[in-house]
Design a binder for this molecule. Structure first.
Ligand code: GLN
Length: 234
């Protein structure tokens, strides 16, 4: 049984990233694997799970989510025991040391990823992204396509690797990298939902959780959508 916990969809559900859980659930079931998805609302205790998902959100709800997760400590314990975490945008920023809240101040994150999110003079990053996966152990995942919408720019510390290298779009913002990976914690700026647009990434996450390769699925129709997005390639 694969246990997936979607953390605080009531705070971090603004950008449709709840779809990532549906994609994982379907792709696991289509292979005959059993899955249980728990929607963990703000204030609920973070349960034991194999895979935790965090989505994007606005600055205010994002700060509240960080504060609640910091007090709960369940996600910290999960990372310590090797659970997989997949975080998007606000969820990504929350995992770092600091991010910028709605009043512009630096707000403490969970410190689960060695990254820091700042605000620069650059305009909000809004639009399509293409990025080539570069993180060790993840390079079999085909080119990522997604949609970004964020004000913050994220700087990577020595304790993380970039998930990908940006070909089109902004991503982390200052060094043409996109997302971050450390151990079983994977984070990205990409919405879409990103796992619907990138089934290869969904399967790589599932394989990490089950610990063995998964049988291929027929993704012909997704390939049509992907071809359309990949045509943005410069
Ligand atoms: N509030 C954050 C920012 O603008 C994250 C936005 C998001 O999750 N899409 O940088």
């Amino acid at each position: 049984m694969i246990r997936i916990a979607v953390l605080y969809p009531d705070l971090l559900g603004t950008y449709g990233d709840g779809g990532n859980a549906q994609v994982l659930e379907c792709r696991a079931r289509w292979r005959g694997l059993e899955v249980a998805v728990a929607q963990v609302l703000a204030g609920d205790e973070v349960p034991d799970a194999d895979l935790y998902l965090l989505g994007g959100g606005e600055d205010g709800p994002q700060a509240r989510a960080a504060d609640l997760l910091q007090r709960d400590r369940g996600l910290h314990r999960a990372v310590d025991r090797g659970a997989t975490v997949f975080a998007v945008c606000a969820g990504y920023q929350i995992l770092g040391h600091h991010f910028i809240s709605s009043d512009g101040s630096a707000t403490p994150g969970l410190g689960l990823l060695d990254v820091e999110t700042v605000r620069t003079d650059e305009r909000r990053a809004v639009g399509e992204v293409l990025a080539e996966v570069v993180a060790r152990g993840w390079t079999a995942v085909p080119t990522l396509t997604g949609f970004e919408n964020h004000g913050g720019r994220t700087r990577l510390g020595a304790g993380v690797e970039p998930l990908a290298h940006v070909e089109y779009g902004v991503g982390n913002g200052e060094d043409a990298t996109e997302g971050a990976v450390a151990g079983n914690v994977v984070a990205t700026y990409l919405h879409g939902p990103v796992l619907a647009r990138n089934p290869g990434l969904a399967d790589a996450l599932l394989e990490r959780v089950v610990g063995s390769p998964l049988a291929p699925l027929n993704d012909e129709r997704i390939a049509l959508l992907r071809d359309d997005r990949l045509a943005l390639r410069p």
